[in-house]
Design a protein around this ligand. Structure first.
Ligand SMILES: *[C@@H]1O[C@H](CO)[C@@H](O)[C@H](O)[C@H]1NC(C)=O
Ligand SMILES: *[C@@H]1O[C@H](CO)[C@@H](O)[C@H](O)[C@H]1NC(C)=O
Length: 473
């Protein structure tokens, strides 16, 4: 077995945010209707019934996206072990720390002019707090597997029989390559094996001429195993022959009942790159507003049409991440009184696996101050982990909250959906769902709460990422 301890990486969290219905009724003025959302108290209570979305593309190549902890997930609850909100936010910080460590390594690599760098192991990062999952079919005959989907990493892997070292418990039967007629091992001398170095951050190993991958998401979560090739079935019409993936023989971590991970990053081995000739490196997803709803992940163009506002992709943050340029924000129609250089100095990536959007502290403090000034009729309450602007809304049946708009470069001013502004730990602690970084130079991250119900379109050859409102419910 290969070098499982020389590995590293990112990744983790996410969670259940309860959300909200918007109505145009009951506003004191046109101005309020324009700049505020009305949320009903009932919208903060999670539903135990799955309500699949009826909007979104019904095209081929479209997979249903569900929240791992919600009633639409097939995971049984004992398998998933729901975390409380504070645990979710703690794990979210671990993911952010590991993303930052990876970017620091990328910079170090560039500085070393291409010489190989061993990645520092980073502690505490886990993947188990409940990300969004999709179900794909692997092998012949095909076996269904639920994978966490992740725009922040590249390699797709699943646990594989015979689990030579260790497999954690997962909901579906563990994939058995020996029972599939289409599985092949990848040779150590192939260029595909060498591509693992940039996709995983680790030099591949070799065992009886079979290529060995290893990927680590922190000191507790990793997968090591054979690098293989297999038939991947997304939908009955979307079948990819010879898809490269990790067939994990030693898997540990809090992947929470899922069978592994689907890597949607920008690097060579991601599903986006591997399906380039079929889907042209274009994909879209929509994350549902609440865990009792469903969203989608779809490959190829055709989502959103003229509703999509595009912002240029930048190459500034390594080979895996999708980096965007944020220039400013507004709250309730008031533009934050800070220079766009605050955002440009930090840079920003969009990530499906980070829960809470991270901002430079200068930007966060302006955001929080402006938000508070527009929420004075609601009583502030104690902080919730990394969230410091929290309200006790128990005495209110409906709540007016200011709209938040992100000003992306390319003139893409995109309003955050009403479900993407607050993060509730029950009605007594409802918090502004943004957090500051430690330093203005730390990378900003556009997280998954703020992406909810927005169709997010990734067009790699077009060098752009687009946002369209109302992509799913
Ligand atoms: C893949 O390679 C490993 C290590 O050489 C071997 O144990 C396994 O049987 C191979 N699997 C297949 C399907 O060839
Ligand atoms: C709710 O209203 C009651 C009665 O007016 C009051 O005593 C209590 O402090 C209020 N709670 C909050 C959180 O504002």
């Amino acid at each position: 077995m290969a070098s499982s301890n020389s590995l590293l990486l990112l990744l983790s969290s996410c969670s259940l945010f309860f959300v909200l219905a918007v109505s145009r009724k009951g506003f004191a003025s046109e101005d309020e209707a324009h700049h505020y959302h009305t949320l009903q108290q009932s919208s903060f209570i999670p539903s135990s019934i799955c309500n699949p979305s009826t909007i979104g593309p019904k095209k081929s190549g479209s997979l249903e996206v569900v929240h791992k902890h919600g009633p639409c997930s097939k995971m049984s609850q004992d398998m998933v072990q729901p975390l409380n909100v504070e645990q979710i936010l703690t794990q979210d910080q671990s993911r952010v720390d590991s993303i930052r460590a990876r970017l620091a390594v990328n910079t170090a690599k560039k500085d070393a002019l291409g010489s190989k760098t061993t990645l520092p192991a980073k502690s505490g990062s886990t993947i188990g707090s409940g990300n969004y999952i999709v179900t794909v079919g692997l092998g012949t005959p095909k076996k269904d597997l639920s994978l966490i989907f992740d725009t922040g990493s590249d390699l797709t892997w699943t646990q594989c029989q015979p689990c030579a070292r260790s497999c954690y418990s997962q909901q579906e039967p563990i994939f058995a390559p020996s029972s599939s007629t289409t599985y092949t091992n990848i040779s150590c001398v192939s260029t595909d094996c060498s591509d693992l170095t940039s996709a995983t951050g680790n030099t591949p190993g070799c065992s009886s001429s079979t290529c060995i991958y290893g990927i680590q998401y922190g000191d507790q979560s990793f997968s090591v195993g054979f690098f293989g090739k297999e038939k991947l079935t997304l939908t009955s019409k979307d079948v990819i022959d010879g898809f490269y993936f990790g067939c994990g023989q030693n898997n540990q971590g809090l992947f929470g009942g899922s069978a592994g991970l689907l890597g949607l990053g920008r690097d060579k081995l991601s599903i986006v790159s591997q399906t380039a000739s079929k889907y042209g490196k274009v994909f879209s997803y929509c994350l549902p507003s609440r865990s009792s709803a469903t969203g989608y992940l779809t490959f190829g163009s055709g989502v959103g049409g003229s509703n999509v506002k595009y912002t240029p992709l930048s190459n500034s943050q390594g080979s895996s991440f999708y980096a965007l340029d944020l220039l400013g924000m507004s709250v309730g129609g008031t533009k934050l009184p800070i220079s766009s250089t605050v955002f440009q100095t930090s840079g920003m990536i969009i990530d499906s696996g980070t829960v809470i959007t991270r901002l430079p502290p200068t930007a966060y403090s302006a955001l929080s101050k402006t938000f508070r000034s527009q929420m004075t009729k609601y009583p502030l309450t104690k902080a919730l982990s990394i969230l410091d602007t929290c309200y006790d809304l128990s005495n209110f049946t409906s709540v007016l909250i200011p709209k938040i708009t992100m000003f992306w470069s390319g003139n893409a001013n995109v309003e955050i959906a009403s479900s993407g502004i607050l993060y509730a730990n029950g009605i007594q602690q409802v918090c502004l769902a943004f957090a500051p970084n430690g330093d203005d130079s730390d990378i900003g991250i556009f997280g998954n709460v703020q992406q909810k119900t927005t169709a997010v379109v990734y067009d790699v050859p077009g060098g752009k990422v687009g946002f369209a409102p109302g992509g799913c419910a």
